[in-house]
Each structure stands twice: as structure tokens, then as C-alpha cells.
Design a protein around this ligand. Structure first.
Ligand SMILES: Nc1ncnc2c1ncn2[C@@H]1O[C@H](COP(=O)(O)OP(=O)(O)OP(=O)(O)O)[C@@H](O)[C@H]1O
Ligand SMILES: [Mg+2]
Length: 228
């Protein structure tokens, strides 16, 4: 059974998918058997035959050259670009968490290093109906995963990162590291942001990703050590 790392972020559109593509590519290129899995994706576009295209999964599949099939990458794909709980309600396709666990375990069986991407930030409702109330942190906890937090390198990130880490700690979910995205080396505020989030949260910034980066500035063995 493979090792796993859950990628969360300080919010939606922060760059989880972009960073995940580089993480999986880093491991894959170094010879690790690396895979990707996402439980629920919303905001999918339609392909030529009307099929729903899971953009995040396809991006990582392409970037890391995984050659994986869509059903192996994502369990639930919703068209509306809203929180999964709302997309699921409106399309009458609630998430079955037994299926998610089966799909996750199957993915973990296929790969030695499985990177699972979250939806939105860590407080993202996945199912909120008459039968169940499930938030993303419930799923991460149920699967027993450690996390990596993707954050913007710039203004406002101290608040967003420290709140996210404190919430994960309150739920007793391990936090292995932080990745600063949209990074500008030499920027005095961004350098202070990194120092402040490390000191205030006690979690290291393990990588800095610049706009347009095609590879990760992190040793594959050091990255692999974050998986458990
Ligand atoms: N370092 C970067 N360089 C270039 N483009 C980036 C970078 N980081 C993010 N982007 C772009 O910003 C947009 C949002 O990023 P991304 O899709 O990775 O966010 P996300 O956190 O995965 O969002 P979601 O919550 O929808 O899963 C995308 O168009 C992505 O290509
Ligand atoms: Mg994404």
C-alpha cells in the first residue's frame, strides 16, 4: 500500500493543482511510482462528446505524464463551478464516501506515492443534505492523511496559513509543510511572510513556486519524505 500526502490550500484557486502537478512530476521524473487522486471536482467543462472533463486531474495527468484514466483520477465530477456540496445537491449526485474510500484505496494500491488534492480550502463542504453533513477535513481525518498547505506567497498569507494550520491541528490532522505559490525571490515582504508563518505555525515552508515554473525546486527524496 502506497504512501500518501493530501494537498490542501488556503482557499480555492490558490494553485493546489498547479503545485500538485509539479509535486507529482518531481516524484515521477525521479523514478518514484507517483499517482494522483481527487475525490470531488466541480466546475468541469464539457468535451466534444458532451463528457465532463476534470480539469485538475487532466492537468496533473499531463504535467507529470502519468497516462492515467479519468475514473482512476477522480470519483465525482460536477459541472457547476460551486462548492461540491451544492453541485451535488443540484445535480442529485451526492458523494458516497464508501465509494471515495474504495477509489482512494485502489489508487493507493496502484502507486507508491499518491498525492490527493482537496477541493477549495480545508473547510469545504462535500455533502450537506438530509442524510449526511461531511466537510473535507472529515474526509482527510477519516482517511488518516498528513497534509501540505499551498498558499499565496504575498500579502494576507500569514492570516490565511496560520488559520488553516490551526484548524488542521484542532482536528488533529498532521501538517507536513507549506508551499508558497506565486513567489518572487528577493521580495522583502514575501521573505518575512515565510519567516512569520514558520515561526507562528511551527510548520516549514518546503518549496517556493514561481509563476510559470515547470519544475519544483525541491529534492525528490525530501518531497517523498513528506508522504506517510
Ligand atoms: N505558479 C503558477 N504559475 C502559473 N499559473 C499558475 C500558478 N499557480 C496557479 N496558476 C494558475 O492559476 C489558476 C488557479 O490555480 P489552480 O487551478 O492550481 O488552483 P486550485 O487551488 O487547484 O483551485 P481549485 O480550488 O479549483 O482546485 C490556474 O489557471 C493555474 O494554472
Ligand atoms: Mg485544483
Amino acid at each position: 500500500m502506497g504512501k500518501c500526502l493530501f494537498i490542501t490550500g488556503t482557499g480555492t484557486d490558490i494553485g493546489k493543482t498547479y503545485v500538485t502537478g509539479l509535486l507529482v512530476k518531481c516524484l515521477h521524473d525521479a523514478g518514484y511510482k507517483a499517482g494522483y487522486y481527487k475525490a470531488a471536482l466541480s466546475g468541469a467543462e464539457r468535451g466534444a462528446k458532451g463528457e465532463l472533463l476534470p480539469g485538475d486531474a487532466l492537468h496533473v495527468n499531463e504535467t507529470a505524464q502519468l497516462g492515467e484514466t479519468i475514473p482512476h483520477l477522480v470519483s465525482y465530477i460536477y459541472e457547476e463551478a460551486v462548492s461540491p456540496h451544492l453541485a451535488a445537491l443540484r445535480s442529485h449526485q451526492p458523494i458516497d464516501f464508501q465509494k471515495v474510500r474504495r477509489d482512494f484505496e485502489a489508487a493507493r494500491g496502484r502507486y507508491d506515492y499518491l498525492t490527493m488534492e482537496g477541493s477549495g480550502g480545508i473547510i469545504c463542504p462535500l455533502r450537506w443534505d438530509a442524510e449526511q453533513h461531511v466537510v473535507l477535513d472529515d474526509l482527510v481525518k477519516a482517511l488518516g492523511l498528513g497534509t501540505l498547505v499551498v498558499a499565496d506567497a504575498g500579502l494576507g498569507t500569514i492570516n490565511a496559513v496560520v488559520l488553516t494550520v490551526e484548524h488542521l491541528r484542532a482536528r488533529e490532522i498532521p501538517v507536513r509543510g507549506i508551499v508558497f505559490n506565486h513567489s518572487h525571490p528577493g521580495d522583502f515582504m514575501e521573505e518575512d511572510n515565510a519567516k512569520m508563518v514558520e515561526e507562528m505555525s511551527g510548520v516549514p515552508v518546503v518549496a517556493y513556486v514561481r509563476d510559470g515554473d515547470r519544475s519544483l525546486r525541491l529534492d525528490a527524496a525530501k518531497l517523498a519524505a513528506l508522504y506517510d
